[in-house]
Design a protein around this ligand. Structure first.
Ligand SMILES: NC(=O)C1=CN([C@@H]2O[C@H](COP(=O)(O)OP(=O)(O)OC[C@H]3O[C@@H](n4cnc5c(N)ncnc54)[C@H](OP(=O)(O)O)[C@@H]3O)[C@@H](O)[C@H]2O)[C@@H](O)CC1
Ligand SMILES: Cc1cc2nc3c(=O)[nH]c(=O)nc-3n(C[C@H](O)[C@H](O)[C@H](O)COP(=O)(O)O)c2cc1C
Ligand SMILES: Cc1ncc(COP(=O)(O)O)c(C=O)c1O
Ligand SMILES: [K+]
Length: 467
């Protein structure tokens, strides 16, 4: 079920005093949280929120500037998790109170940099993301050295961003933008203007003045006793997430959405002679990369009217003969295939910057093959296939639900659900393959395979296509 959007107007905000009281209650005798526990979860939330918005390819070089208190501790923990997530963090930690966290980062060879190294252009040129973990809810008055300079330098980044289109590191603040009054916000208007704020436990009053694009909540450890006592109204965390977005989803300029692909080169001498072996290799990579549905592919068909149509289907088998998927033999795609067997399938493996195109002719698989696969499916999906006259018009969802219920009842004894005659598999026999690997500046690698016969021996010719 899709959860109702949480209205950002109903979120509660904490005063500085309440924030400290929440802290005391969490760590008091009844709940007994240790600061290490809370800090670990807070830091993990921050790292998760960053990973949700800023990917580790484009925003690899992270600088965590950590203050002397627990906000700084959150920054150190977040940096450690970011390291494990594939980022390359560096740390600026002028007052090193958290010895264990420092040792853990040392053990991962995460470098510590001096204040002098990052004031000035260092901050601008050497990093993609600056994590502001200098001060949290216990900050008061004017920042003392060396944090005064550090805050000025981070604030400078926001000013630069307003002026230029160039690559300026993004700024992510932990709990409270450092130097801001915890309740009033950026009083003088000259402070840090973070692009992202990760409020912990519950947002502090100053978060109302946050103007950046990404506001997240982290610290998924607030028990009902704390929420009740402080009247906390907070959005639910989805699934097993460590963070949740608060406030509006940012409006994006679609025309400006682009990723600069960075990948290992795909060279003629590195690919398999048989494109099916190459496909298998890339498919294994897609599985290893943890993609959710590496077998999802776009299938394009074109009937005799010459008007192509596309839809996603799931690859359910692949061998020397071709690519197999299952569907309804009376669907639109089936009609088009019956009129014209020339079809194309396409895989896009987002996080690998890879696309595979395959073109060929389509045939039905044997009835035995379809039967065998049909009965391997969950019983619910088998009933689903009986219910759905795929691609026909249905007066309303209730019709499907009603029929499903009836059939569920009918087969509740566990008896065999007969495969409908009109349900089965197709196999695309490839005549052309193209393997595409995204590269910087749109100079991608494209290797195309077409069949060729040399001295009576069947093989494949590989050519490189211009990107
Ligand atoms: N549920 C929770 O509550 C959780 C809270 N968590 C995190 O803890 C954060 C709060 O941590 P915190 O209380 O240690 O305070 P924090 O803001 O890091 O700074 C204190 C240090 O700053 C110093 N300092 C102060 N003013 C200064 C100034 N003007 N100029 C210079 N220095 C100044 C001050 O020095 P002092 O004044 O004491 O000499 C002290 O050393 C909170 O925001 C969240 O991130 C999570 O980890 C877990 C769950
Ligand atoms: C990820 C994904 C996988 C799908 N897999 C299949 C599939 O394997 N078989 C199928 O019949 N429909 C599948 N569908 C539904 C089809 O995209 C499509 O809606 C349906 O087959 C009807 O298409 P048609 O009217 O062009 O025949 C899938 C949809 C998605 C989004
Ligand atoms: C209508 C339909 N049929 C068949 C499939 C194939 O998947 P499976 O056989 O795993 O149920 C899908 C997958 O989304 C589908 O939506
Ligand atoms: K901060």
């Amino acid at each position: 079920m899709v959860e109702k959007a949480f209205s950002s107007d109903s979120i509660s905000y904490l005063t500085q005093r309440e924030a400290a009281e929440v802290d005391e209650m969490l760590m008091g005798p009844t709940l007994g949280f240790s600061i290490d526990q809370l800090m670990e979860l807070a830091g993990l939330s921050v790292a998760s929120a960053i990973a949700e918005v800023y990917n580790s390819t484009e925003f690899k070089r992270v600088l965590a500037i950590c203050g002397p208190g627990n906000n700084g501790g959150d920054g150190l923990v977040a940096a450690r998790h970011l390291h494990h997530f594939g980022y390359t963090p560096s740390i600026c930690y002028p007052k090193r109170t958290q010895k264990a966290l420092v040792a853990q980062l040392d053990s991962l060879s995460v470098p510590f940099v001096e204040v002098e190294d990052i004031v000035g252009s260092g901050l601008l040129n050497d990093f993609d993301l600056v994590l502001d973990a200098m001060f949290g809810f216990s900050f008061r008055g004017a920042p003392r050295a060396p944090f005064d300079e550090l805050i000025k330098n981070v604030a400078f980044l926001s000013k630069e961003r307003e002026k230029s289109d160039g690559k300026i590191p993004v700024v992510v603040s932990v709990d409270v933008p450092s130097g801001w009054d915890v309740e009033e916000g950026d009083a003088g208007g000259e402070g840090i203007k973070p692009d992202m704020l990760v409020s912990l436990t519950a947002p502090k009053l100053c978060a109302k003045k946050f103007k950046g694009v990404h506001h997240f909540l982290g610290g998924r450890f607030v028990p009902p006793a704390v929420a009740g006592r402080f009247n906390l109204c907070l959005p639910p965390y989805p699934g097993s997430a460590m963070c949740v977005r608060i406030g509006k989803v940012p409006q994006v300029d679609i025309s400006a959405l682009r990723v600069n692909y960075v990948s290992p080169e795909l060279l003629e001498e590195d690919v398999e002679a048989d494109p099916m072996d190459q496909f298998q290799k890339w498919f294994d990579d897609a599985v290893a990369a943890g993609l959710r549905e590496p077998n999802a592919m776009a299938l394009s068909t074109c009937g005799k009217d010459g008007k192509p149509s596309s839809r996603m289907v799931l690859l359910k088998g692949v061998d020397k003969e071709g690519f197999v998927w299952y569907t309804n033999y009376e669907s639109r795609k089936a009609c088009e295939i019956s009129e014209n067997s020339n079809s194309a399938i396409m895989f896009y493996w987002d996080s690998l910057n890879r696309q595979v195109r395959v073109e060929g002719t389509v045939e039905k698989v044997s009835e035995e093959e379809s039967l065998h696969y049909f009965h391997s499916r969950p019983r619910g999906s088998q009933i689903g296939a009986l219910v759905s006259n795929q691609s026909s018009v249905v007066p309303g969802r209730h019709i499907l639900s009603q029929l499903y219920k009836e059939l569920e009842e009918k087969f509740s004894d566990g008896s065999l659900i007969p495969k409908p005659k009109h349900w089965g598999g197709y196999r695309l026999k490839p005549k052309l393959y193209e393997f595409w690997q995204g590269q910087p500046s749109r100079l991608h690698d494209r290797l195309q395979y077409t069949p060729e016969e040399t001295e009576g021996k069947k093989g494949w010719r590989v050519v490189r296509l211009a990107p």
